[in-house]
Write a protein that binds this ligand. Structure first.
Ligand SMILES: *[C@@H]1O[C@H](CO)[C@@H](O)[C@H](O)[C@H]1NC(C)=O
Ligand SMILES: *[C@@H]1O[C@H](CO)[C@@H](O)[C@H](O)[C@H]1NC(C)=O
Ligand SMILES: *[C@@H]1O[C@H](CO)[C@@H](O)[C@H](O)[C@H]1NC(C)=O
Ligand SMILES: *[C@@H]1O[C@H](CO)[C@@H](O)[C@H](O)[C@H]1NC(C)=O
Ligand SMILES: *[C@@H]1O[C@H](CO)[C@@H](O)[C@H](O)[C@H]1NC(C)=O
Ligand SMILES: *[C@@H]1O[C@H](CO)[C@@H](O)[C@H](O)[C@H]1NC(C)=O
Ligand SMILES: *[C@@H]1O[C@H](CO)[C@@H](O)[C@H](O)[C@H]1NC(C)=O
Ligand SMILES: *[C@@H]1O[C@H](CO)[C@@H](O)[C@H](O)[C@H]1NC(C)=O
Ligand SMILES: *[C@@H]1O[C@H](CO)[C@@H](O)[C@H](O)[C@H]1NC(C)=O
Ligand SMILES: *[C@@H]1O[C@H](CO)[C@@H](O)[C@H](O)[C@H]1NC(C)=O
Length: 592
């Protein structure tokens, strides 16, 4: 959802429900916009124990060593909306006897009780974002959840020998209706490297460009403290551009920009926004439009260097909140970030002058929260590197749309493609390395509005293909690729039942698949549920969710097959079987 405190965006009763806006948009359901009192639903499955909410993902593999641990922040987030982030002084634990770590893990543990919306939040260290996430919505009997994130790539920052500002912003609201205070602990675990020889056996450490290697320096592109709200930039419309100036050291030989993105309020469900013609023709002036295509653009000195077609993260209150209890939607507890290769452009950046990186969002409606971290690798054997951009081509965004509607009923098909590529060399003490980066993107969205706008279906697919090749004379080329496929299908049916009651049926399918050189992730979630609403109170409702997660890392595998109905886990099967046959069995069962 959104960090907006405006109740009219979240009109449905039972206040723990933050339904998909489409009800709010459409004229027939405008009456529901009245603010309502929640029903204190004590549904089946109530216990005095808090319910454990979770997002399905592969556990972080850590070495069998005892970590040094540190509680970085402990705070109760009550009324924090529009306030400054909560700060703490971070220093690397001085009682930790180790200096080299093979894994560093950030852990967010929280409990909440009462009634509350889903709140977006961010965690930063010295302005570098470490985690973007969404809170879980509590129950009267209480909930608990834990998010773990591998933050090893931020080692240079986390291991710095100085005090840094750690900040957390959660936009929460407490009043007589929204009673849920988020009680939060943020901890860090530093896992010492087992034995250096073992860890780096047979691998040269000098090139630094192995997958997963850690940057030497990280420059944040976020707003400076002190401020109110999060450190992210807020992109409010399609022409809004936000960014920052920066300078890099003279001996950088590799650069990657990691971008954090989340969408809220009028663009929370951007993939379901109808075209503006439809909005205008039907006088739905308060409803979000601009069609269902969005593109986050990253520019260097005003020139486009990368595009992001984001995954459709559904926050924990989205569409039908009962679908995400206790199995949270893909990416909702740890929003995906997107890497843009900057290495080919280093020649430009090494001139000792100041440059700028900026962000904008095609077709954006209020509001997108965006910031980024520039990861830089430094040549430790030389104080100066040199580079040159050889080629940079920006395939123009090609969007086609077919729109056919009569009144509130219609069909809309939107397709888009884009390609961006850049090549450049960089000369350092490691040699002259030529890096070629390409991005290929494809998008298709087909939307149907029927029943005078009260039935909406959306079928969306994004293919996001990123490749980086680097070549040094006399050695084997290295390549890194990431092929992502994002799937979003939704059926959303609202109907009046007479007597002031209404029924909403929602079916959702979410898929996030990624193929890298040596690993594959397939993650598919299906949910269906309904809510009946009477006198602005949810009288009844349920959500069934099933999820299949398959990680294949060649040597290690992880699968989880889990389903829930209302708050009850129906089955939960975890496996570590790399067998292709086992995988095929799971796939055919879930029609991936
Ligand atoms: C951080 O340390 C400084 C200097 O000791 C102190 O003034 C400040 O209040 C501390 N900040 C927090 C959030 O504890
Ligand atoms: C956080 O929660 C996890 C999962 O329940 C638990 O294993 C861990 O010990 C908790 N951490 C702290 C610091 O309480
Ligand atoms: C946070 O840590 C405190 C102290 O260890 C503990 O009492 C509390 O239960 C923890 N809260 C959560 C949400 O993990
Ligand atoms: C950290 O910095 C302090 C003061 O600058 C210095 O005395 C100390 O030796 C440093 N520690 C390490 C481990 O580098
Ligand atoms: C877009 O947003 C920016 C930043 O809030 C604002 O200055 C500008 O007027 C807006 N433009 C339009 C067309 O609304
Ligand atoms: C939209 O509003 C205009 C002006 O008020 C009116 O003429 C038109 O009939 C309305 N259209 C619809 C579909 O209600
Ligand atoms: C919604 O899901 C339910 C349960 O899986 C199914 O019976 C129904 O046919 C689905 N409806 C649509 C339109 O997909
Ligand atoms: C979920 O809740 C609904 C409505 O209360 C109920 O009809 C249904 O049986 C429940 N499902 C399960 C599996 O408990
Ligand atoms: C939800 O799951 C329960 C338990 O498996 C099942 O009885 C019920 O039919 C499901 N409902 C729908 C609409 O799929
Ligand atoms: C792994 O999958 C294979 C093929 O389906 C099966 O024969 C084997 O028993 C499985 N192993 C485990 C531990 O589940």
């Amino acid at each position: 959802m959104a960090s907006s405190p405006l109740p009219f965006l979240f009109f449905l009763p039972l206040l723990f429900l933050n339904p998909r806006f489409s009800q709010a948009n459409l004229h027939q359901s405008k009456t529901l916009l009245r603010s309502t009192l929640p029903s204190q639903q004590s549904s089946t499955g109530d216990t005095t124990e808090p319910t454990l909410f979770f997002e399905v993902t592969k556990p972080i593999s850590v070495p069998h060593t005892k970590p040094c641990s540190l509680t970085v922040l402990q705070h109760d987030f009550g009324y924090t909306y529009g306030k400054s982030p909560v700060l703490s002084n971070y220093t690397f634990p001085d009682d930790c006897p180790f200096q080299e770590f093979s894994r560093i893990v950030l852990e967010w543990n929280a409990t909440c009780k009462g009634r509350q919306f889903d709140r977006i939040f961010g965690v930063w260290l010295s302005g570098v974002e470490l985690l973007r996430s969404c809170t879980a919505e509590p129950r009267p009997t209480g909930i608990v959840w834990s998010v773990k994130k591998d933050v090893t790539k931020y080692s240079s920052l986390l291991l710095m020998n100085k005090t840094q500002t750690f900040s957390v912003f959660v936009g929460n609201i407490i009043d007589q209706t929204y009673t849920g205070v988020y009680h939060v602990n943020v901890s860090l675990y530093f896992y010492p490297a087992v034995e250096k020889q073992k860890l780096f056996k047979g691998k040269k450490r000098d090139s630094g460009s192995e997958i997963g290697s850690k940057a030497d320096l990280i420059i944040p592109f976020s707003r400076d403290l002190p401020l109110k709200d999060g450190l992210w930039f807020e992109i409010q419309n399609a022409t809004d551009v936000k960014g920052k100036e920066f300078e890099i050291p003279h001996n950088v030989y590799k650069a990657v920009l990691e971008v954090y993105v989340s969408f809220h309020e009028k663009d929370e469900f951007w993939y379901g926004n109808p075209p503006s013609e439809y909005i205008v023709a039907n006088n739905l002036t308060d409803s979000p439009g601009n069609g269902p295509f969005r593109e986050v653009l990253v520019s260097l000195d005003g020139e486009l260097v990368g595009a992001i077609w984001p995954f459709t993260v559904v926050y924990t209150g989205g569409i039908n909140p009962l679908l995400w209890r206790p199995i949270s939607a893909i990416g909702s507890f740890d929003l995906p970030t997107y890497d843009i290769e900057i290495t080919p452009f280093l020649g430009k950046l090494l001139d000792g002058k100041s440059h700028s990186i900026s962000f904008s969002v095609t077709n954006a409606l209020n509001v997108w929260y965006i910031d980024a971290n520039l990861h830089l690798w430094l040549d430790c054997k030389s104080s100066k590197t040199k580079g040159k951009l050889l080629h940079h081509s920006i395939g123009p965004l090609s969007v086609s749309s077919a729109t056919d509607f009569h009144g509130l009923n219609g069909n809309f098909v939107t397709k888009a493609t884009r390609s961006i590529s850049s090549t450049g060399w960089i000369k350092s003490s490691y040699g002259k390395i030529t890096t070629k980066s390409t991005q290929g993107l494809r998008y298709r969205n087909s939307m149907v509005m029927a029943k005078d706008g009260n039935l909406q279906t959306v079928n969306q697919k994004i293919r996001f293909d990123n490749r980086v090749h680097s070549k040094m004379p006399g050695s084997n080329p290295k390549s890194k690729k990431s092929l992502k496929r994002f799937l979003f299908n939704m059926y959303y049916d609202y109907s009046k039942q007479g007597n002031g009651a209404s029924l909403t049926v929602a079916n959702v399918t979410l898929g996030f698949n990624e193929k890298r050189l040596k690993e594959k992730v397939r993650n598919l979630q299906k949910g269906n549920g309904f809510m009946t609403v009477k006198d602005n109170l949810v009288a009844n409702g349920f959500g069934n969710t099933s999820q299949m997660y398959i990680y294949d890392g060649c040597k290690s595998c992880y699968t989880r097959d889990v389903s829930s109905s209302n708050y009850t886990i129906l089955h939960d099967k975890v496996g570590n079987n790399c067998s292709k046959r086992a995988e095929h069995h799971l796939e055919s069962k879930h029609h991936m």
